[in-house]
Write a protein that binds this ligand. Structure first.
Ligand code: ATP
Ligand code: MG
Length: 433
């Protein structure tokens, strides 16, 4: 037969900046995610899930038209019905949208958390991806600083339990009210406008669009120029200052150290009063592992009745990098199995039944059953390579009599053949949970 010449099929690669999480790395993620879920739930936060995309308008109205995210980082497209949709670049906007839509906010307190992928069209580098993952925590309905403090206490406990407390520091600032910022912006702009030629290119552009962001410019000349610029702290109203003082008092009482950083502004428009970042010096340029603040105006801005709110989000990729960098992941995270079940001969049906009986009686046992047939010797090699401490061998005699052979792979010990029930008891005694 004449076969057509084979054309080489080109392999499709992942989208740039969007990582696959491989089995070897997933235990670290599972560990982190489970620990965070556990800690926040101990503080009575409940999980909320919302779609990974929403109408584009939602993000424009909340994050702000002239922010980096909305200006150049969103994954926006038209669906088949010409509706403009955007893959969520962060969680707060969708969280508020969902809560409002289901009547969870008005006259109620809600403590919520969520976790999942976020999307931003950024320049991919270490700790900066186009699909990244956040765990977000939001508290609605409380305007006093005790809840701001609670959120910081939760994160501090989390760092403690993860073993990274020594590697992260808390930076704190207050942004006051939108009036305060308006007055400050005007003075900042006239100061910087007079020195425009000394500003870096990004900051020159921001002078017209988002002047507050100039404060956290990474450019050292720009930073030097800011030393004599008006300071936001001098524009903060009495109410915001009192709120800030109360927060500091509570953090002191909780033993949480912080640095006041008067140039800390966030990249999203909705923040007012408290803003904070947990930063590390261990990850190079992408040092912020968790960031957040108060956003009392957002719910109203999205069409709801006013509801005070405060929240934060942490970046899972950066936290995993930090856990690896500090070598504080628990050793027991490996996913090696306890026992490998070998099917010697025509015993497929009995193997399935026995393995299920074993699993019912020893629920914590990680048991892998050989599938796909093959010679005993080959299966035995797989059992050894698997890292299991015991191989369970079922041959045709055993299938007929209901007994099983235990072969020890990690210790010098005679193999033993026992009726299934006795074999189970022995395993329970010998393999520790
Ligand atoms: P950055 O200043 O590092 O760009 P951001 O201010 O844009 O951060 P937020 O929107 O506050 O970040 O998001 C909260 C956290 O999510 C960040 O502190 C960081 O840990 C993580 N994060 C944000 N963007 C990315 C990204 N592109 N890749 C990986 N993690 C990210
Ligand atoms: Mg950013």
């Amino acid at each position: 037969m004449n076969r057509p010449a084979k054309t080489k099929v080109e392999k499709i690669q992942a989208v740039r900046g969007m990582n696959d999480l491989l089995p070897e790395d997933s235990p670290a993620w599972q560990y982190l995610e489970a620990l965070v879920a556990d800690v926040v739930q101990r503080y009575a936060y409940r999980e909320i899930r919302f779609p990974i995309l929403d109408q584009t308008e939602l993000f424009k109205r909340s994050i702000g038209e002239v922010t980096d995210i909305v200006e150049k980082e969103m994954y926006t497209f038209l669906d088949r019905n010409e509706l403009s949709l955007t893959l969520r670049p962060e969680g707060t906007a969708s969280c508020v949208r969902a809560c409002e839509q289901h009547g969870l906010l008005y006259n109620q307190v809600q403590r919520l958390w969520y976790m999942g992928p976020m999307f931003r069209y950024e320049k991919p580098q270490k700790g900066r991806l186009r699909q990244f993952h956040q765990i977000g925590v939001e508290a609605f309905g409380i305007e006093t600083a005790d809840i701001d403090a609670e959120l910081l206490v939760v994160t501090a406990r989390l760092w403690e339990e993860l073993g990274i407390s020594d590697a992260v520091t808390l930076q704190l600032n207050t942004l006051g009210t939108s009036d305060d910022r308006k007055r400050f912006k005007a003075d900042l702009v006239s100061y910087l406008d007079a020195r425009k030629d000394q500003l870096d290119e990004d900051s020159q552009r921001r002078l017209a669009t988002n002047p507050l962001r100039i404060l956290d410019s990474k450019n050292s000349d720009t930073q030097a120029l800011l030393n004599d610029a008006p300071s936001l702290m001098d524009y903060i109203d009495a109410d915001s200052l009192a709120h800030f003082e109360q927060l500091k008092t509570l953090l002191d009482a909780a033993g949480i150290a912080y640095e006041i950083n008067p140039r800390l502004v966030r990249g999203l428009d909705y923040y007012g009063k408290t803003v904070f970042e947990w930063v590390t010096t261990r990850l190079g340029a992408q040092g912020t592992v968790c960031a957040g603040g108060r956003y009392d105006g957002l719910v109203e801005q999205l069409g709801g009745r006013p509801v005070p709110a405060v929240g934060f989000a942490m970046g899972i990729e950066r936290l995993v990098l930090l856990l690896q960098e500090l070598d504080v992941l628990p050793v027991a995270l490996s996913q090696s199995i306890d026992a490998y079940f070998i099917c010697d001969g025509d015993v497929t049906v009995e193997s399935l039944k026995m393995a299920e009986q074993i699993r019912s009686q020893i629920p914590w046992l990680r048991l892998q059953v050989h599938c796909g047939g093959g010679k005993f010797k080959r299966q035995m090699k797989k059992a050894v390579d698997s890292g299991a401490s015991i191989a369970l061998v079922l041959n045709e005699d055993g299938a007929a009599s209901g007994s099983l052979t235990l072969k020890y792979l990690s210790q010098e010990k005679e193999q033993t053949t026992l009726p299934l029930q006795e074999a189970i008891s022995l395993m329970q005694a010998e393999i520790n949970e």
